[in-house]
Design a protein around this ligand. Sequence first.
Ligand SMILES: Nc1ncnc2c1ncn2[C@@H]1O[C@H](COP(=O)(O)OP(=O)(O)OP(=O)(O)O)[C@@H](O)[C@H]1O
Ligand SMILES: [Mg+2]
Length: 249
Amino acid sequence: MMDCALKTEKLNLFYGTFHGLKNVDFCVYRNAITSLIGPSGCGKSTLLRCFNRMNDIIDDVSVNGSVLVNNRPLEEIDIIELRKKVGMVFQRPNPFPFSVRENLVYGLKVHGYKRSDYDDIMERCLRAVGLWDDIKDKMNTPALSLSEEMKQRLCVARVLTVEPEIILLDEPCSALDPIATMKIEELMIELKRFYTILIVTHNMQQAARVSDYTGFMLLGDLIEFGETPKIFTAPQDERTDGYITGRFG
Ligand SMILES: Nc1ncnc2c1ncn2[C@@H]1O[C@H](COP(=O)(O)OP(=O)(O)OP(=O)(O)O)[C@@H](O)[C@H]1O
Ligand SMILES: [Mg+2]
């Protein structure tokens, strides 16, 4: 049995009366990249947000079924600990409007890291995302003045500072050009040695390139889940086949 870093069992989510996730059984394997694909509005972001309780802040959401993080029920995990363990990167790079350094130390302050460790941690995380050489002499420049790709790398680095185990990325490349996208994809592949990664993407080629496992969603259902080459070359469900061959979506 492979180990699920994240898991849902019979997970249902409602926005008011709208059934957004329907009995979803899903597993995100450790130290692998899993992607979620499916047409707009099928529930990819909703499912992703369940894993760090980001849906909690939306009014009128109700949930039943279970979400497990490292085999522990989500509701038993302290929210601060959860946000540390499960980092999130968004569609548009969203560094804070402060310096590069302030972006990186933000989480360290929240989580009470020792000041004397800041420099080492910042260097480690900037190296991990391939930014160190470019940025080591610009730690005081405003993060918002960086290129879009560098901003997104910085956002990944910011997540890494507090030593997460799992990284959620919701269409992290959709605001980037093809070359920047390729670089972020390479970064994800690099990171999976140390982290578990769940990525939502509209881009099927991206899912095929980077992920080990793929889930296909449609109208709140997880239609099919499996090893990426299998999903793309021999899907079991005709709806998956229809989507990957471009008949809809
Ligand atoms: N806060 C909300 N309140 C009400 N309905 C919502 C809310 N967020 C999402 N929905 C609805 O839930 C469904 C799933 O939305 P979700 O954003 O998870 O889809 P998605 O697969 O991520 O789509 P996209 O590819 O466009 O990002 C959609 O029908 C959407 O309109
Ligand atoms: Mg979405």
